[in-house]
Ligand binder design. Structure first.
Ligand code: KG4
Length: 338
């Protein structure tokens, strides 16, 4: 029996989770409302909030799982990428716990963890996991990548954004419309009430499987600037249609490259991960492509779309089986690829 405690503290969510033999026992997440009034995550406030949250969050995760500290086989933690001060809290906590309990420590790459979230079992009979190789569209506030996943540890980025991430496109355009931060979920909610065909925004023309979203952001901004000259209430009057059209444009851009990758590589097993995978338009597009092109799709539960420790624990579990441990000298890294 292998029982892993996972710890995630890369950005503004403090999370701890327990996984036993691949099956989820608990996943506790404490968000940080403190950033809302600043319109973005303030790194110094994030690390302070992690320090306050980490002990109660780990305590709750163990309690909900019904697991004692002595039953833990190892502690897995996010080493990076992320905010250095935030990562330091989780890393230091993992070091302390591993030393106190005399159990191994496992470092986890946050991006790899997003992909491996698809292997979390809800119960022992859960067989919904993807089979290798599969393609994973990883879309979050910081990343937009198409990843060819060959095994639990071998992943190749075949396409990625050359400028903004999809989540940033949602958030920045939402900000221009005065929708608050993070704007992605708000755009999603309002898009359901609007007409996605009402406005068209420019789509990038880029070779290969790479993405670009900065042109869309600029085109959206200029479009609004021109319309506002004619009618100062333009945004207010057209908010739902603007959100629906923006969301459709972003989803179309994401799906188009992914579709070409599946065709070229002849892979029909396709997953989506990261914060933007919560988007209802993107989820429906996956279902639509599954019907049209026979894709076998893997869409994460909402709890696993944003930052969570369950994905860290499942990654730790597979590294544990491979005996990939790290020592106390390990330090967090702010930037790293998959
Ligand atoms: O993976 P994640 O939680 O962390 C970061 O990488 O920061 O992703 C956060 C991103 C934000 O840009 C947020 O606006 C976006 O995911 N997001 C959404 C939705 N839910 C979260 N974007 C569009 N529709 C959603 N429903």
């Amino acid at each position: 029996m292998v029982t892993i405690l996972g710890i995630e503290s890369s950005c503004d969510d403090t999370s701890a989770a327990v996984i036993r033999d691949g099956v989820i026992l608990s996943n506790v997440i404490a968000g940080q409302a403190v950033h809302e009034r600043y319109g973005g995550v303030v790194p110094e406030l994030a690390s302070r909030a992690h320090q306050q949250n980490i002990i109660p969050v780990v305590h709750d995760a163990l309690k909900q799982a019904g697991v004692s500290r002595e039953e833990l086989s190892a502690v897995a933690f996010t080493r990076g990428p992320g905010l250095l001060g935030s990562l330091l809290v989780g890393t230091s906590f993992a070091k302390g716990l591993s030393s106190a309990l005399d159990i191994p420590m496992i470092e986890v790459n946050h991006l790899q963890a997003h992909v491996l979230a698809h292997f979390i079992k809800e119960d022992e009979g859960d067989t919904s996991q993807p089979s290798f190789p599969f393609l994973c569209l990883l879309v979050s506030g910081g990343n937009s990548q198409i990843i060819l996943v060959k095994s639990y540890s071998v992943m190749e980025i075949i396409g990625q954004t050359i400028d903004d991430a999809a989540g940033e496109a949602f958030d920045k355009c939402a900000k221009v419309m005065g929708l608050g931060y993070p704007g992605g979920p708000v755009v999603d909610r309002l898009a359901k009430l609007g007409d996605p065909e009402r406005f068209t925004f420019s789509k990038p023309r880029i070779e290969g499987y790479d993405y670009s979203f900065s042109g869309l952001k600029t085109s959206f901004l200029y479009f609004l600037r021109d319309e506002l000259k004619e009618d100062a209430d333009f945004i207010e009057k057209n908010r739902n249609d603007l959100c629906a059209s923006l969301q459709k444009t972003i989803v179309d851009i994401l799906m188009n490259k992914l579709y070409h990758a599946t065709k070229d590589l002849r892979i029909k097993e396709v997953a989506v991960a990261g914060g933007v995978s919560a988007n209802s338009g993107l989820r429906s597009a996956f279902e639509d492509y599954s019907r049209r092109y026979g894709w076998k799709i893997h869409i994460p539960k909402f709890a696993y779309t944003t930052d969570n420790a369950a994905m860290v624990a499942i990654t730790g579990y597979h590294k544990y089986l491979d005996k990939q441990f790290c020592g106390p000298e390990v330090v967090p890294y702010a930037r790293v690829s998959i």
